[in-house]
Design a protein around this ligand. Structure first.
Ligand SMILES: Cc1ncc(COP(=O)(O)O)c(C=O)c1O
Length: 388
């Protein structure tokens, strides 16, 4: 397997203890909630001026949300169901930001009935929906970003161009709303200049909006902070320095309210996806490449292997022994259920049916991607552990 060049911490004792159990059927994800808390504090230390709105979509497990709520996090949600989960762990509606730019009118109304007031938009019709339904809404206008440098880009579906952002802010201000700007530089963003170049654009938007009578009440820097996959990433203090410097450069006077919406950074490295090898085979006897079929695939949570975008680190019981190239696939009767074929993964030659393959840093964007029963396989199970 290609090795991660960045420093990767060993798994926590709580994770190892769970993985040592023999009574838990695979596949499953196990998440150490203490690690999520650690990550939260690390990010707050780097960006102390920013309110953390955890992107619930990354992993909505209740123990994880509970811990984040207990330590003061706020939440970015995409749907009424995510609102319900946040309220269930005791979050106040004022701690919830409805960050999805695509909302049914009745979902906006539901959010408003729960007390949620902050909504992200990127188009006039969406602004009109919010204005129609919520008397005292605040709107965050999302700037489009090309997400260059990100392993999991979010560019095609969201955001509008800078002049439209300014125009939407002005329209919202005219409707009596408090206004802000958001952007997302793309998930697993490995280019640290992304925040600088985007904040330059935002500074221009704010000037233009100001001329139209709209103020920047809040600035939402989105997510993009990384998990530890195969490709090396800078350390989080390096990210922190880059973002702080960009803010200082383009908003030297500060901003009224600063937000970040981390998902991956808080949850990914806190989780492991344990799988079992179902079959190791070769297409022909002299084929060097083996096909390793796991009991978890693209349809059971590993959706981010699409186009081999997110390259997970793997752990096997035979690590340290001789390896050879493999293609890795899931268990379903669907030829799209292939995790890695092009990325030169190497796994031990000793790997055999029944062995566990641990997919590391799999605490984010896995469980909720799992289908409800494709080919009759159960959804991916999840367990949360803590040393407390
Ligand atoms: C609106 C919004 N905010 C935050 C996030 C979290 O991003 P990340 O996991 O890169 O931190 C996402 C991810 O899709 C998102 O759509």
């Amino acid at each position: 397997m290609p090795e991660a060049k960045n420093l990767v911490a060993p798994l926590s004792p709580a994770l190892e203890a769970f993985l040592a159990r023999t009574d838990v059927e695979t596949p499953y994800v196990v998440v150490d909630v203490d690690l999520v808390e650690q990550r939260y504090h690390q990010l707050v230390a780097e960006l102390p001026a920013a309110g953390v709105f955890y992107a619930v979509k990354a992993n909505p497990a209740l123990p994880l949300l509970q811990r984040l709520n207990d330590i003061g996090s706020s939440f970015d949600v995409a749907s009424p169901a995510e609102i319900d989960r946040c309220l269930e762990v005791g979050a106040a509606p004022s701690q919830i930001s409805y960050g999805n730019t695509i909302k049914k009118r009745r979902d906006i109304a539901y959010a408003a009935s729960c007390g949620v007031r902050r909504f992200t938009i990127d188009a006039v019709p969406e602004l009109e929906k919010v204005a129609d339904v919520v008397a005292d809404a605040e709107v965050c206008v999302r700037l489009r970003h090309d997400c260059g440098g990100a392993d999991w880009p979010l560019s095609r579906k969201f955001g509008c161009e800078a002049p439209e952002v300014a125009q939407l802010m002005v329209l919202a201000a005219q409707a009596g709303m408090r206004t802000g700007v958001s952007f997302h530089v793309g998930s697993q963003q490995r280019d640290l200049t992304a925040w600088d170049t985007t904040l330059e654009v935002v500074a221009g938007i704010v000037e233009r909006a100001h001329e139209g009578g709209a103020a920047l009440h809040f600035l939402n820097l989105g997510g993009g902070f990384p998990g530890a996959y195969v490709d090396a990433v800078p350390s989080i203090p390096t990210y922190g320095r880059a973002v702080r410097a960009a803010l200082q450069k383009w908003f030297p006077q500060g901003v009224q309210e600063l937000m970040i919406e981390p998902g991956r950074y808080l949850a990914a490295d806190a989780g492991v996806l344990r799988t079992e090898v179902v079959l190791v085979s070769r297409r022909s006897p002299d084929d060097l490449e083996r096909w390793v079929y796991l009991d978890c695939g693209r349809f059971h949570g590993l959706a981010e292997t699409m186009d081999e975008a997110i390259r997970y680190r793997l752990r096997t019981p035979h690590d340290g022994t001789a390896t050879g190239p493999v293609a890795l696939a899931g268990p379903t009767c669907d030829s799209a259920d292939v995790l890695y074929e092009k990325n030169a993964y190497h796994l031990p030659l000793a790997l055999a049916e029944g062995d566990h393959v641990d997919i590391l840093s799999a605490g984010a964007y896995t469980t909720t991607y799992s289908s409800v029963g494709f080919n009759g396989f159960a959804p991916l199970a999840e367990y949360c552990v803590s040393a407390r």
